[in-house]
Design a protein around this ligand. Structure first.
Ligand code: PLP
Length: 561
């Protein structure tokens, strides 16, 4: 039963991580969207998802004989998709593109509508081919299907919507469709813009300036993404070049960052943008039934520390078996096992710990520590692929102590966040927006050992439910910051993590319990849903020109410096 009084929300996202084999996701953004929809279903919130049915998904990434990652694409079909009978038309590059609308409620019944351009009547079947594939024009076309096609799909399906939630800037053209609908009825641009702002909320995810997508006006007009708006109107929304995040901040009544530290970072980043929505902080969360072993939660709540340890060792042996099947390597269940699974991006510094080889080498060779790494690089990112290749090379140097699992996906994430002892995270602060994999680990009794970035400053009680290192240090000089953080990492590993693991198991198990009990409610998706409803969906703020609000935000940012 759906709670009838709550605003009805259409959630727009490029990717959805519902299940490992349903290849509609690339990484954290999609996992969040999938967890959110499943949570909405579990807790009776009227939220539906709008996305794209990707024919080939994000692609697989396999390590070649030369230890380098290679991308492989396959066509997938899903028998459980239901045909809604609805087709909508979007005009892209002066051609009509039909988008068929599929429904899936296969995953915990969370309703997800997916648009598909791979139809015999289309010339442009490729648009829904590869998630984040292709360059500028391909990306614009995909975003037009998601945004413009998404709104049209809702109209034809007859679904009433009170709030349009843009999860990341990819969905911004949905705002241009809301504006077009109004203007077609004779409403002025200004009034149509206000109408749009009253109904749209926006979540930003990227604390790296270059990660915020921008397009020159020329290709946007050529593709038809302006949706009837003039050059001047487009510039007033997204600037020139047209920045998707800036546009989303100006088309929404309120926006949010995905952790409290990220809120501060995002407000600094966009401080110079006028006529924008306020950015508040709502920390991400996870769907427990998807990620957490219920036996671990039960044992922690029952204060049964013996069972807690045994269940953890059981999960660790499962992971070790999984690794053996995949890589032929047999890890030791009695040796400290560190997990690190991240997208291969330079700021995540996957190989940081190996930059102090003189310390780490003897520990690996003497069987004191083991590592499992996983993570894909973006198919067009050669730097990221270099990082993967380096990790693979290290795993060849220490074949019994370092493992790289290729083709990171939800299955690998599930196995790792249940079965390792330590979840290592060492991004260059403050560039990690949230980091939900750490939440999965924490609730499975896997202790976080992390830089104070993303969600971790909100959860960390050092030496009680996990460890921090680096003390929140930041430097504009990357070399200085890397040196500082590496020293801090080695120090906490040698002086705290390893001695506790090998010499004070009682304390270790207590920390596992504290990790579970201190995170299982605060970072569960129910809390996140409640916050979105209370702070974003039911709140009716004004959206355009609010100098008072801008001053408030500025003050807050100044204070946080
Ligand atoms: C949880 C998850 C993520 C997100 O993890 P981060 O902590 O943001 O790196 C990414 N990919 C997969 C497959 C996941 O399960």
């Amino acid at each position: 039963m759906i709670n009838g009084n709550l605003p009805k929300v259409a959630y727009f996202c490029m990717e959805y991580g519902m299940e490992s084999s349903f290849k509609m996701y690339a990484g954290g953004l999609g996992i969040l969207a999938g967890d959110y929809l499943k949570g909405a279903y579990d807790h009776n919130y009227p939220i539906i998802g709008i996305g794209i049915k990707w024919k080939q998904g994000y692609g697989d990434q396999i390590i070649g004989k030369d230890n380098y990652p290679y991308d492989a694409y396959h066509n997938y079909e899903y028998k459980f998709l239901k045909d809604t009978g609805v087709k909508v038309k979007v005009r892209i590059r002066s051609r009509d593109v039909w988008c068929k609308v599929w429904l899936t409620d296969h995953f915990k019944n969370a309703p997800l509508y997916l648009l598909d351009t791979d139809l015999p009547e289309n010339e442009d079947t490729w648009i829904s081919g590869q998630l984040y594939g292709g360059f500028e024009e391909e990306r614009i076309a995909q975003e037009m299907v998601l945004g413009i096609g998404g709104v049209r799909a809702l109209r034809q399906l007859g679904i009433d919507v009170d709030v349009y939630h843009f999860n990341e800037g990819h969905a911004v053209f949905a705002g241009l469709e809301l504006i077009r609908e109004q203007m077609e009825q004779g409403v002025s641009f200004q009034k149509a813009l206000e109408h749009c702002c009253e109904r749209v909320v926006f979540t930003t995810h990227t604390p790296i300036l270059q990660g915020n997508e921008e397009h020159c006006l020329e290709p946007l007009f050529y593709m038809g993404a302006n949706n009837g708006l003039s050059h001047e109107q487009m510039v007033s929304i997204g600037g020139a070049p047209f920045n998707m995040t800036v546009a989303a901040l100006r088309l929404s009544r309120i926006a949010n960052a995905v952790a409290d530290l990220h809120r501060v970072t995002a407000n600094k980043m966009w401080a110079h943008i006028d006529r924008r929505a306020e950015i508040i902080g709502i920390t991400n969360a996870i769907h427990l039934p998807t990620w957490v072993d219920p036996n671990m939660i039960e044992a922690a709540q029952a204060n049964d520390l013996q069972r807690l340890w045994e269940q953890h060792q059981h999960n660790k042996r499962n992971l070790i078996e999984f690794v053996k099947e995949r890589n032929g390597v047999e890890l030791d269940p009695n040796v400290l096992l560190v997990g690190f699974a991240r997208r291969a991006a330079p700021y995540k510094r996957s190989d940081l710990i190996f930059r102090d080889e003189s310390t780490i080498k003897p520990l690996l060779e003497n069987g004191k520590i083991q590592f499992i790494f996983a993570g894909k690089a973006h198919p067009l990112d050669d730097v990221g692929k270099g990082i993967v290749a380096r990790l693979v090379k290290i795993s060849r140097q220490y074949p019994n102590a370092v493992v790289f699992l290729e083709n990171y996906d939800m299955k690998i994430a599930e196995m790792m966040t249940r079965g390792v002892d330590i979840w290592l995270n060492n991004p260059r602060r403050p560039l990690e927006a949230s980091g939900t994999s750490g939440m999965k680990a924490a609730m499975n009794g896997v202790l976080n050992c992390s830089i104070l970035d993303g969600w971790w400053p909100e959860a960390c009680q050092h030496g009680i439910n996990g460890w921090q290192f680096g003390d929140g240090f930041e430097s504009p000089n990357e070399w200085t910051q890397d040196e500082h953080d590496l020293k801090a990492l080695i120090k906490v590993l040698l002086n705290e993590v390893m001695p506790t693991y090998y010499r004070d198991q009682e304390k270790w198990v207590k920390m596992m319990q504290a990790s579970i009990l201190s995170t299982k409610d605060t970072f569960a998706v129910k809390r996140m849903l409640d916050e979105y409803y209370n702070k974003m969906y039911t709140k009716r703020g004004d959206c355009v020109e609010c100098p008072e609000r801008a001053a408030q935000i500025e003050e807050e940012v100044q204070r946080s410096r």
